[in-house]
Design a protein around this ligand. Structure first.
Ligand code: UDP
Ligand code: MG
Length: 239
């Protein structure tokens, strides 16, 4: 089974469209876990209405590591029941039709991690802060070319993980969205199989981004440098 983990912070204006997209586009058997920080979050009442309207059930999981998206994702990864765990954003930036392709890719390749990639052939990115896009593309392309990571987009949070891989990792990230990068780098250094499928990212139309580029940049840098200079275990030794 597939677990779809969605971190939310006041996504009351987006959650209905998100769930409708998942219901229409994801054919793989799945559970949806919405992870929220606090009971007054605007997503929750909208979620009640959306469930009735769409006739589906969503798990509500409270962030257990303090505030913020990273802690929400961490909580969701731990609470997920599926053998495959997917993280997607609630702000409609990630196209739900890509999810089935990610699952198929994981099955075809036995990958432990499938990245939805904006920077490979067929992928795209539109809108959002220019500097953020530039840095994310530069990081993704350079990690592919210089560190040999088998994806062009290591920093995207839209990713599919095999639970058996997640269970071997001690998550160290404490800040922003750099958890996605940490997990790719650790998968790579541990000789795990990484695959990618193209995706198109679109900046949110409703709600507000809470991405803090300058505050989180050092957190990303740590994993970036580890990818470039860390020693890679041989595949034979780790599998
Ligand atoms: N998010 C969250 N907690 C936070 C900030 C964001 O769960 O403290 C969620 C948000 O609801 C959305 C996702 O993380 O599902 C992406 O957030 P945001 O749009 O702020 O980041 P960006 O897309 O700009 O990188
Ligand atoms: Mg966003």
């Amino acid at each position: 089974m597939l677990s779809i983990v969605v971190p939310v912070y006041n996504e009351g204006d987006n959650i209905l469209a998100l769930l409708r997209g998942l219901k229409e586009k994801v054919t793989a058997e799945h559970e949806i876990c919405v992870v929220y920080d606090f009971p007054e979050d605007t997503t929750l009442p909208a979620l009640d209405r959306a469930e009735k309207l769409l006739d589906l059930t969503v798990r509500r999981v409270r962030n257990r590591y303090g505030k913020g998206a990273l802690n929400a994702i961490r909580t969701g990864l731990e609470q997920a029941n599926g053998a495959l765990v997917l993280v997607t954003m609630a702000d409609l930036s990630d196209p739900p039709e890509v999810i089935d392709q990610m699952v198929a890719k994981a099955q075809e390749t036995s990958a432990d991690l499938v990245c939805a990639s904006r920077y490979m052939r067929g992928g795209s990115q539109s809108g959002g802060p220019r500097l953020k896009s530039f840095l994310s593309r530069t990081a993704g392309m350079s990690l592919h070319l210089l560190a040999g990571i088998p994806t062009h987009d290591a920093t995207n949070s839209f990713k599919l993980y095999r639970k058996s891989f997640l269970d071997t990792v001690r998550i160290e990230s404490r800040g922003g969205f750099e958890l996605g990068l940490e997990l790719v780098v650790k998968a790579h250094l541990n000789g795990r199989i990484i695959a990618e499928v193209p995706t198109s990212w679109q900046n949110r139309a409703a709600g507000k981004s809470r991405f803090r580029l300058w505050a989180w940049l050092p957190n990303y840098l740590k994993w970036y440098l580890l990818a470039l200079f860390g020693r890679r275990k041989t595949i034979a030794a780790s599998r």
